[in-house]
Design a binder for this molecule. Structure first.
Ligand code: ATP
Ligand code: MG
Length: 460
């Protein structure tokens, strides 16, 4: 039995896709020699160079491709370095000891160097009727494609022309099949092939267009812009986990505000955050919009200053207004305050995760930030000092500042908390003492400031 199995394995192995011919055959190819472009090896990560040289030494083709080439040409430091080769994943694995194969939709090799991972992909092939391993759904979306091919075929699988430039380790040239260099110089994002077809194949490309336009300061070519408004709705067919990953890239990039504006312009934002979009439509005095815009601005400023930003804080700002709106509806129906806000948060979150599947720890943290808000209204007794020790105090306090800045919370309360959390213990004790006369019962006073604004009462 084992012998038969081994025999079958051998046959299967032997039938593996042939690797591509070593030189490009496309007549339209334009090769930019080392002297005709600005990419120097000193800009390339040492580990990426090691991978490229090693593959070349083993007789394979090896190129840098995608975002790293695009960014190097702009003189920017790439986020990561992607390599493509004509070696298939198993062959790559044999070349590198520190290599793992990943991916189901398309198998990739990850070559590990401590914390840096160099991704090595095999050229993707085009589909044809005989060798059709490409699977499309009824909307034309690509579900699976696991065909290896040549560099000429690989080009057509990429999204934008500026993302389809190949830096060849053999002679340090840049290989360009799609006028990517021209578009790069013109700072234009142009899809390879027919834009509507390419967006249908993978609607996430619409989001990528916005992300790159903002990040690189490029224009989206008019032909690509046109179908975006019509096809935005196709994002509904994308798995919500993938959209969550995209949302992180969009909003934690340091250009969140501009990205938000552009996504709205193309009708894409509502596909990612439908409840937020709906809340923006019923804005009163620009109020919800201001909180969101302030949150996006703050986040961009923090990144510019090298500070960290957290996804949950930003998404808490995205959904704050939808929760308020829904809770108010429930209150007007007579639901108790605590229940109204709890249920509103539950409903808003459970609807949101259908578009962008936020992980549990994120939604949990969002809820915590929200539920801390009414607690900031208590400023006497032992509760304020207990609040200081809450693990989410900082995020809750920052959120309070944001609400105060955008007119949704009492500025005086925010200012009090700023003084309080910076004060020494003595001062803090003084600040939280009940006003004189209160303990004697002579004067009846309420110590809880009634929120003029958008929070439930402290006990809610
Ligand atoms: P970033 O700087 O954000 O990493 P990038 O261009 O490198 O930008 P990646 O998502 O890392 O983006 O993808 C690497 C390359 O793979 C792209 O440059 C593009 O050539 C190709 N690619 C990625 N996603 C798609 C897609 N959805 N459709 C077609 N090609 C894609
Ligand atoms: Mg990349």
């Amino acid at each position: 039995m084992r012998a038969i199995l081994n025999f079958l394995k051998k046959i299967i192995k032997g039938n593996k896709a042939e690797v591509a011919p070593a030189t490009p055959v496309d007549t339209n190819v334009r090769i930019y020699a080392r002297s005709e472009h600005t990419i120097s090896r000193s800009q390339i990560s040492e580990n990426a160079l090691k991978v490229l040289y090693r593959l070349q030494k083993e007789g394979y083709e090896a190129y840098l491709v995608g975002g790293c080439v695009r960014d190097l040409l702009l003189g920017r430091e790439p986020k990561d370095f992607d390599v493509v080769t004509n070696a298939d994943p198993e062959q790559v694995k044999k070349v590198f000891r520190n290599c793992r194969l990943i991916g189901r939709r398309f198998r990739l090799a990850h070559v590990h160097f401590g914390r840096e991972i160099i991704e090595v992909a095999t050229f993707r092939g085009a589909s044809d009727s005989e060798n059709n391993k490409q699977v499309l759904d009824k909307e034309g979306r690509l579900l699976r494609d696991n065909i290896y091919g040549s560099i000429e075929e690989d080009v057509w699988r990429r999204d934008f022309t500026v993302n389809a430039l190949y830096y060849n380790i053999k002679d340090f040239s840049v290989v360009d099949y799609v006028h990517g260099m021209d578009d790069h110089k013109a700072a234009t994002l142009k899809l390879i092939g027919d834009p509507a077809t390419r967006f249908r194949e993978d609607p996430v490309r619409m989001i990528r267009a916005v992300r790159f336009a903002v990040k690189l300061g490029f224009n989206i070519h008019a032909d690509c812009e046109k179908p975006m408004h019509d096809l935005a709705g196709l994002l509904a067919s994308i798995p919500s986990a993938r959209l969550y990953d995209e949302a992180l890239k969009l909003f934690l990039s340091g250009y969140a505000l501009q990205t938000f504006e552009m996504l709205r312009h193309y009708g894409l934002f509502k596909e990612l955050f439908p409840a937020t979009e709906a809340s923006l439509a019923i804005e009163e005095d620009g109020f919800p919009r201001q909180l969101l815009v302030k949150a996006l601005e703050n986040s961009d400023n923090r990144i510019a200053q090298g500070k960290t930003v957290t996804a949950y804080f930003l998404f808490a700002a995205f959904l704050w207004e939808p929760v308020q709106i829904l809770a108010k509806k429930k209150l007007s129906r007579g639901d108790p305050e605590f229940i109204a806000y709890q249920e509103a948060a539950n409903e808003v979150l459970s609807r949101q995760v259908k578009s962008t599947a936020m992980p549990k720890h994120i939604t949990l943290a969002m809820r915590e930030v929200w539920s801390l808000q009414p607690k900031f209204n208590i400023r006497v007794g032992s509760k304020p000092s207990r609040l200081l020790t809450h693990p989410r105090f900082r995020a809750g306090y920052d959120f309070l500042l944001l609400r105060a800045e955008s007119g949704g919370a009492d500025a005086e309360v925010a200012e009090w908390w700023t003084r309080y959390h910076l004060a020494d213990e003595n001062e803090q004790r003084k600040m939280t003492q009940p006003p004189r006369g209160a303990a004697t019962g002579k004067r009846k006073r309420t110590y809880r400031r009634k929120p003029k604004s958008d929070t439930p009462s402290p006990d809610a």
